[in-house]
Ligand binder design. Sequence first.
Ligand SMILES: Cc1ncc(COP(=O)(O)O)c(C=O)c1O
Length: 491
Amino acid sequence: MNPKDKDSNTLFEKVRKQFIGLDTEYTLATGETERRIYLDSTATTLMMEAAHEVLERFYHHYGNTHSLLHFDAKIASREYHWAHERILDFVHADRDTYTSFFTGSGTTAGINRLARVFRDIRPDKDVAVVSLMEHHSNDLPHRKHMKEVIHTPVKDMDGNMGCVCLDSLEQLLKENEGKINYVALTGVSNVTGIVNPVNEAAELAHKYGALMLVDGAQMLAHMPVHMTIPHNPVQNIDALVFSGHKTYVPGSPGVVIARKDILNQIEPEEVGGGMVQDVFVDRYEVKNFFPDREEAGTPNIPGAIALAAAIDVLDRIGMDFLQEEEERLINMVIDGMKANSEIHIYGESDPNICKRSASVSFNIKDMDHGLVAAVLNDYFGIAVRNDCFCAHPYVKEMIMDDLFEATEDIPIEEIEAAFHLKRGMVRASFAVYTTAEDIKMLISALNNITERKEFYKNKYHVVNENYTHKTFTLKNDQRFTVLSTLEEILS
Ligand SMILES: Cc1ncc(COP(=O)(O)O)c(C=O)c1O
């Protein structure tokens, strides 16, 4: 181990144990009280204690960044400014070319915003290209704000569901040259965890006159991101969006990183206080500097500061190091699942063909995804997500492939009916605090479930479309409520 790896490892081992909620316990349907195993990090990550601690101390100096001269305003403004620069450095976006700004609600707000910007700066190009694996947040905004959206396939030449197919993308860009405004692609699928070659896709987009927007929601906490590639700038990414709540800071400090020359071509999409230089009754003058002109209204100052603090910690450990650690865990999950023939993993699962990060989605033969997720929670204390993960077209395509693999000429009504019965998967997802022990527990739980399907099926009934245990429920004293907490604090 070289000294740098040793330092990374020491810090990694320290930080990964310091997340709020890792020691939360619940009493399970077995009657035992167990530590909750949180495998739902793709939905939202737990909070990093270091970032929380930074916030606790910052609150003693909390003030509005729009105020100017008191001490707290100065401290808040300086640190808020630092947060923007820290984020630019984290994604290797040079400060002269790019700006970063915070938006209200996660990645979704930023993508909606950029779709409108791209539409307005190049009205003659009214088509957007997205991949079939996108989260709805990187699909519907383009459908709404652009005239047309084309979905590029994620199947490889052999028909396997892998990462975005660059050959198909190029073909599509060539056929529609002159019409395509931008390509919007996720860095990592929130369903399968499959990683897309975003810089290579950017090169293709640029070759055909399109811009490149990356949905970084599932990337930022898991791998290094390079918005600029100094030795090959055609691979630069024009804009990237991500969410704080998937990067170890709860709430919704959504972040946009974008080329300033793009944003400068039009008046900012959002207007109000903070982004104007001067206002008269008949006109107003927008600030001519970033990020202020893009941030109308009082920003989420604590969210931004905590997020930049979390990112700083990740960078101290090293994103290459973290990516390798996570790949080890994912391979462990996939090997464990593959050893059980009752488990079907979705998407290409050979790491030599497709890299994965953060998520693995699967189903157990003859068991609904909702039942598996409920059993994992109630009997094993393992928190996972199930359903279609806001990526309906992608999930549907994979489930269809699975259901009708060898059959031909199936009537469409039959396909739809089958899909409605089975629409969904179970997703286990991981983050810096996930351990090999957590993975072993997951695999052992899944093996137990596949061996005792009938036992578990008999324990549940479906209420309001959700699997509900017939007799077991969470103990009252383990249910958090705001009011009982307040009673305790105020008594
Ligand atoms: C890949 C991807 N893009 C976008 C989003 C939307 O993020 P947010 O809910 O923070 O707006 C998610 C959320 O799960 C996601 O996984």
